[in-house]
Design a binder for this molecule. Sequence first.
Ligand SMILES: [Zn+2]
Ligand SMILES: [Zn+2]
Length: 349
Amino acid sequence: MRALTYRGPKLIGYDEVPDPVLPGSDGAIVRVTAAGICGSDLHIYGGHGFVPGTGYGVGHEATGVIAEIGPDAHGFAVGDRVLVPASAGCDRCRNCRRGLVAGCERRPLPIDACYGLGGALAGAQAQYLAVPHAPGNLLRLPDSIGDDAAIALTDNAPTAWYGARRARIVPGDHVVVIGLGPVGLMAVQSAFAMGAARVLGVDLIAERRARAAELGAEPVESDDPKSAIRDLLDGGAEVAIEAVGADATIELAMSAVRPRGRVSVIGVSQNPAFPVNMPLAQVKELEFHIGLCSIQSELPALLRLTAAGRLRPETVVTHHMPMSEGEAAYKMFAERADGVAKIVLDPWT
Ligand SMILES: [Zn+2]
Ligand SMILES: [Zn+2]
């Protein structure tokens, strides 16, 4: 089969690789019909991968049809249309049984929990994908949810929903979303679905602010977003959702909320020494949440909301490309060219 592989910094191969084999008696092989490129794939593309070495399959966002199923994968059959959550659990330990796949107690290393990081799970930007413990790591798709929405639901949409849920948005809240990539755009939609009265969107890129505005958010058009947010919201928001992970944007989230505000960080921070302004946090009685989404536990609600048209995850997809042009797609995404937010690849062209 064909798959995209990491060959070195800024080098993505379109390679012939061995077909996957069924990963155990409760596993599945999915024939991939669409694969997404995620912002976190750019860490690997840029040469900051999670494992040393090259040659491994990349990508963790896939949807498709079951091509082969183990005898113990109850509840699924060949031909079922499924989405593959970006990370997989053992489906057996205490945490996985509660849907908290991010806290799986049996995975040897964190990189083994997600597809396409060079660990135990192969890349999803491929024609076929082996899925272990299928009953816990696959969800059947209704016909009303298309492939673009399904790709957003493998990772970006549940991460956004989780961030909004942790911030406990209640009807009438004012919400600021910082970072308007696919996750931020889904956070805007999530906040409205939870009853936010107003949602402000902050991003350096004008095209991203415009896209958030199409979803009903008010773009913050200022070089000084901190004061702009205070002015627009009479002192600050009840909730700030941070979808970047940089020190400056986390600090902005903390200053954007009113006293007793709730800050929810879903951007991936790579700074072990983040400078928390403790006096500010204490005086404001800030509530601070940070975490990694357990996708499986968010998806039942999201599938219903999407099927009912209350969330439209497909709106984050801006480009479709053949997987054979994978390298060009990564380059375009890395350079933020052509207003790109999310690229969906067709593994068969
Ligand atoms: Zn992703
Ligand atoms: Zn587990």
